[in-house]
Design a protein around this ligand. Structure first.
Ligand SMILES: Cc1ncc(C[n+]2csc(CCOP(=O)(O)OP(=O)(O)O)c2C)c(N)n1
Length: 531
């Protein structure tokens, strides 16, 4: 690094050195110096229309690449607009680096223009929220953020830098000392795990997205190959092994496949890797014999919990002799078969599930699907079989409406040249529709399919199920096709399944931004299987 760097330049250089290619954000007065450093760097800044979108875009980028998604906003209102996106990433431990500028150091807390306790707001929704109020602190903080990632600790980190500090020259020779954050797995824990596997007749793996974020995929494949232990996944690790392969039983939890549910209920040993075992995942676990390896210990739920980097843990395990699973257990699971597909009912307008199945029928390695909160997630979840990880993205454990359009932008930069299909409901689309402008600016190959029932459909269903009269769930929508045109995006209305299928074939080939609008029936989604 050259001498005479200011803090902003140092920060951006550090991002470059760590391989950051994109930063999603929107400038403001309190990040002026950082933007000047970005302007001079190799990093590409993607200018969004709303800071929430910057975070969702960075989040999708991170879910796909496993690397930090980086986003930036100015103090006060800019930072506060990020809260939704940061909470979303926090709930799913998505690796994010969130950078905000702040008012001058000596004005902090003085109630001056745009002064608010940003760190106070971000603290509960990040793994750590740093206030870098000196050049030395910034140097330590940014080092710690990247060191955590290297140790397999994943989730959002926040760095807040006072405007005047960004412009301060720093001593590049200042020595940064970082404490190691995570212990190397003990031989004892490895031996215990091997003993459990050796004694088990019916072992099962629950694979979580921590494996992806910790860059432990190869170690994971080696472990599965070696032990032949059947695999189920959390939602976010879906496709970590192609779901069409028998060894992957599919997703476990409340929307489990029939085989995953059976295996989870009957397993005598569960090895949970890179998952925090949230309530939606643990739905069918019956045995006490659960080994969990995860760097997030906040939500530790089992006795045999190893606070370790899953990559290191698997490396050590793979070096040892381990028993192969009895194929009888595996055959018994496979004999359970699948739940029968829902019968499609005839509806006056398009049937939502048929629409989703038609979209999913276009699946190939180079297409990523992103859906939003509402009714259609259920169909995307039960009707899909992802062939690679992150082929199906959703805002997951937090589930905000408005995720899919901005996330499609981040996904598009993560998988350049691929086609991204974003599928919001009409309510969700309108929460972040302004980002069509960004899709147009960068001419991203994103197809937006608005699945429009003119309702906040899932809330209407809740009201119906509670036998409440419907209240405040009817939507009066704009003409989405005209709206897309106003953003200079090609768009069309489709009214039949055949038209939808043909239109998708055409626009997937074209690799240009496109919006498809369709009206669907008011339907109730099926509730989770109870049998
Ligand atoms: C930001 C936000 N506000 C409110 C909710 C609660 N909520 C979940 S789904 C939903 C309705 C979604 O409507 P739409 O996008 O049209 O999808 P549909 O249910 O009709 O398929 C609401 C209000 C939420 N998840 N996120």
């Amino acid at each position: 690094m050259t001498n005479n760097m200011n803090v902003a330049e140092y920060l951006v250089k550090k991002l470059e050195d760590e391989g950051v290619k994109y930063v999603f954000g929107l400038p403001g007065e309190q990040v002026l110096h950082i933007y000047e450093a970005l302007r001079k760097s190799k990093i590409k800044h993607i200018l969004v229309k709303h800071e929430q979108a910057a975070v969702h875009a960075a989040d999708a980028y991170a879910r796909i690449t496993g690397e930090y998604g980086v986003c930036i906003a100015t103090a006060g209102p800019g930072a506060m607009n990020m809260v939704m996106g940061v909470s979303t990433a926090y709930k799913d431990n998505v690796p994010l680096l969130v950078i905000t500028g702040d008012v001058k150091k000596n004005e902090k807390g003085s109630d001056c223009f745009q002064d608010i306790d940003i760190n106070g707001v971000f603290k509960p929704i990040t793994l750590k929220s740093f206030y870098s109020n000196s050049p030395e602190k910034l140097m330590t903080n940014i080092e710690e953020v990247f060191n955590n990632k290297k140790c397999g600790i994943n989730g959002p980190f926040h760095i807040n830098i006072a405007k005047d500090i960004q412009n301060k020259t720093l001593d590049v020779d200042h020595r940064v000392i970082i404490k190691k954050k995570i212990n190397t797995p003990l031989q004892l824990s490895i031996q215990d795990t091997i003993k459990c596997i050796d004694e088990s007749e019916k072992p099962l793996i629950i694979a979580g997205s921590g494996i992806i974020y910790a860059d432990a995929m190869n170690e994971f494949y080696e472990f599965v190959e070696k032990t032949q232990i059947p695999v189920t996944t959390t939602f976010h690790a879906r496709g970590i092994i192609n779901e069409k392969e028998d060894i992957n039983l599919g997703m476990t939890g409340i929307r489990a496949t029939k085989q995953a549910k059976y295996a989870t209920e009957h397993a005598d040993l569960i090895i949970a890797l890179g998952t925090r075992l949230c309530d939606r995942t643990t739905a069918h676990i019956n045995c006490d014999n659960v080994i969990q390896v995860n760097t997030n210990q906040e939500h530790q739920k089992v006795e045999q919990f190893y606070h370790n980097d899953v990559k290191k843990f698997l490396q050590l395990l793979n070096d040892k002799e381990i028993k192969q699973t009895n194929p009888k257990w595996y055959k018994r699971i496979l004999s359970q078969g699948d739940y029968p597909k829902n019968k499609l009912t005839k509806t006056e307008l398009l049937n939502q599930e048929e629409v989703v199945r038609t979209i999913l029928s276009k699946q190939d390695e180079n297409i990523t699907f992103i859906y939003d909160a509402g009714q259609t997630p259920t169909y995307f979840t039960v009707d899909s079989k992802p062939q690679r990880h992150s082929q199906l993205l959703f805002s997951g454990g937090y589930g905000p409406m408005g995720y899919s359009i901005p996330a499609s932008i981040g996904a598009s930069f993560a998988r350049e040249n691929d086609v991204i299909i974003a599928c919001p409901g009409d309510g969700s689309a309108q929460m972040t529709i302004e980002e069509l402008a960004v899709i147009n600016t960068y001419k991203l190959p994103i197809i937006i399919v608005i699945i429009d029932n003119q309702l906040l459909g899932i809330i209407k269903q809740w009201q119906d199920m509670a036998e409440y009269p419907n209240y405040q769930v009817k939507l009066e929508n704009p003409d989405f096709v005209q709206l897309a045109h106003a953003y200079n995006i090609e768009a069309d209305e489709v009214t039949t399944i055949q038209q939808l299928s043909d239109k998708l074939d055409e626009v997937i080939k074209n690799k240009r931004p496109y919006l498809i609008h369709l009206n669907v029936a008011d339907q109730h989604i099926p509730l989770p299987n109870k049998d």
